[in-house]
Design a protein around this ligand. Structure first.
Ligand code: KG4
Ligand code: ZN
Length: 337
């Protein structure tokens, strides 16, 4: 089965072609980072308009790169939420219309389910059930996975997401957006012992997270050392990264212990963080699965793959466009029901 995947939930237009036999054939991405750079955040209306500009040329490009034509497609999968409503509507409107004209099925995919399943594109599939840590710009969640679409929330962030914390800390340090890769790069030469950042909510039971206190701690540390030199910046970045990584690792270990699962999947933009991967691999009594860095952050491949898994079970949707800005992943129906 050949599936076109479309991701337009935020500031990245991602298109991919996934084949259930041959795997990922092509994956193209246009980032809007420069478009929003002057505004200090994603401007929803500019995002929607840019998706409209890019979606057709990228569809042509991805099919070219895959060596396939529209007529070869068996299905279309697009991100239906959660995300920016206008941005979602571009992918949904285009994807569903394209599928209709081709006479093939289209499915609206949950963005976080797509992230969660991305590491499974790899040959080494973790046995069910497993625990997943979803860490992106909008979500920090620990989930028990009993099958595709069978998710139990074990814990989540009560305030900022881990990626959001990276983005805000980077801004305070005068680094660029998205903050995660900038902090990680700046932290390489930093001294992890110079500051003791808090590990929020690790001193009490439970699997929920909170990252807003870390944000305040970072701001106070920055203010106390202004004007910052390169050493200060590297040390703060390193100590901040250590705190986030440590906090996530402590909660993952707790979830694995409680659950008895031997496998942990990490997904979402923050799962590209090398220190997080290394810490989890060294500290957990479980095999850790993750996708290659370009498939951790937003992309069309994960949407094509998730859509393919669901389309293969015969799943269909009525001919209407439903997108959701908010969408709890635990409300999804299991793929084979
Ligand atoms: O999954 P994603 O691309 O988009 C959302 O669904 O939100 O995640 C984006 C987030 C951003 O907050 C970014 O700073 C973070 O992932 N991120 C990282 C790294 N690469 C991206 N955080 C830490 N280390 C990284 N290497
Ligand atoms: Zn995402």
């Amino acid at each position: 089965m050949l599936v076109l995947g479309i991701e337009t939930s935020c500031d990245e237009t991602g298109l991919a072609v996934y084949d259930s036999q041959a795997g990922l054939l092509a994956n193209v991405l246009h980032s809007q980072v420069e478009l929003h750079a002057d505004y200090g955040g994603v401007v929803p209306e500019l995002a929607s308009r840019d998706h409209i500009r890019k979606i057709v040329p990228l569809t042509r490009a991805v099919l070219d790169r895959a060596g396939r034509s529209l007529a070869d497609l068996d299905g279309v999968a697009y991100t239906a939420g959660p995300g920016l409503m206008g941005a979602l509507l571009v992918g949904a409107g285009f994807g569903r219309s394209l599928a209709w004209t081709l006479g093939i099925p289209a499915l609206g995919i949950h963005h976080m389910e797509a992230h969660l399943l991305a590491p499974l594109m790899d040959a080494a599939q973790p046995p069910l059930p497993f625990v997943a840590l979803l860490v992106s710009g909008g979500h920090t969640q620990l989930v028990e996975v009993d099958g595709i679409g069978a998710y139990t929330m074990l814990g989540e962030s009560l305030d900022d997401a881990a990626g959001e914390a990276f983005d805000k800390a980077a801004k305070m340090l005068g680094l660029g957006y998205p903050g995660g890769p900038h902090i990680a790069r700046c932290a390489i030469d930093g001294d992890p012992a110079r500051f003791r950042f808090p590990r929020p909510m690790t001193d009490r039971p439970g699997l929920d997270f909170s990252f807003s206190g870390l944000k305040t701690f970072t701001l106070n540390t920055v203010k106390a050392h202004e004007p910052l030199n390169d050493r200060d910046r590297a040390d703060i970045a390193r100590c901040f990264e250590e705190a986030v990584v440590d906090t996530l690792a402590i909660k993952c270990r707790r979830a694995i212990d409680q659950n008895g699962a031997g496998h942990l999947v990490i997904a979402g933009g923050v799962s590209a963080n090398v220190r997080l991967r290394e810490r989890l691999e060294s500290k957990l009594d479980a095999r850790v699965h993750y996708a290659e860095p370009s498939l951790c952050t937003d992309n069309g491949a994960m949407v094509a793959f998730a859509g393919c898994q669901r389309l293969l079970t015969g799943e269909t949707e009525p001919l209407r466009i439903v997108t959701r800005a908010r969408w709890p992943m635990t409300s999804l129906a299991p793929a084979n029901s």
